[in-house]
Design a protein around this ligand. Structure first.
Ligand code: URA
Length: 250
């Protein structure tokens, strides 16, 4: 959350009082004075003090292994949502999913209360890598690998950026592969294979930036480990508002 909001909320200050604290140089992050009131602060990563007093604000982070059949949304009229997987004790208002998987897609979804983080991870200029395990209904060949590396053009003309296709098992009527992309167009993986004349019959996201599913069972979820949060630090601190902030920490 923005550092100015955290101070107003936790110290119950007026906006004017909060601004005065900044103006007097009394607000510090990790021991250094900070001027930028828009800094995205999280006590998992930052020690925030105001006039020497420790102020805490913890965002929440969950890694979910979405089963097929669930929608990536907070509410849905017909289908269960990823939030139905949560034990009520782990659910809290303000949680949202960073990006969406199709209803029939399985795999990794990051759920967090940290709004600016989602914006950063999904921003096209950040080119965050996503890796998918894919099964298609035909034999994949080195021609497909080359087409992905060159940049697939969807039926309809939309051009994709180059992507990596790694073939795993290739049979006449079924192939398995890994696809690695750094963009996030609607139904992107399915449309890329369609452009090669193949239909995706199974799709699972196994990695999103530094986050990996590893042994998390389908339908399970877990809090992010502190090492994973540390790997997300550039995205938490890397927003435009924080770019000026880093230099504003003096
Ligand atoms: N690409 C797709 O086609 N579907 C997804 O759910 C994710 C990526």
């Amino acid at each position: 959350m923005r550092i100015d909001k955290v101070i107003e909320m936790q110290l119950q200050t007026s906006r004017k009082e909060m601004k005065r604290l900044f103006a007097k140089g009394l607000v510090c992050v990790n021991g250094q004075m900070i001027r930028n009131q828009a800094f995205n602060v999280d006590s998992h990563l930052h020690q925030l003090t105001v006039n020497g007093q420790l102020i805490e604000w913890y965002e929440r982070y969950w890694l979910v292994n979405k089963p097929a059949g669930y929608v990536t949304a907070n509410h849905d009229k017909v289908a269960p949502t990823i939030f139905d997987l949560f034990d009520p004790k782990d659910f809290s208002e303000g949680l949202y999913a960073v990006g969406r998987l199709d209803r029939d897609t399985e795999g990794l979804v990051l759920v967090t209360s940290n709004g600016p983080l989602g914006f950063q991870l999904l921003h096209p200029t950040k080119k965050v890598e996503k890796i998918y395990q894919v099964r298609v209904n035909a034999r994949l060949t080195s021609d497909d690998v080359r087409a992905f590396a060159t940049g697939i053009v969807f039926h309809g003309g939309v051009q994709c950026q180059p992507a990596k296709l790694v073939l795993q098992v290739c049979h006449e009527k079924e192939s398995w592969a890994l696809v690695s992309l750094s963009e996030g167009k609607f139904h992107q993986v399915k449309k890329m294979f369609l452009a090669c004349g193949k239909k995706v019959t199974f799709l699972k996201r196994i990695a999103f930036g530094p986050l990996k599913l590893r042994g998390l069972p389908v339908g399970g979820y877990r809090p992010l480990a502190s090492a994973e949060l540390e790997q997300l630090r550039p995205f938490i601190e890397g927003g435009r508002s924080n770019a000026t902030v880093s230099s504003a920490i003096v």
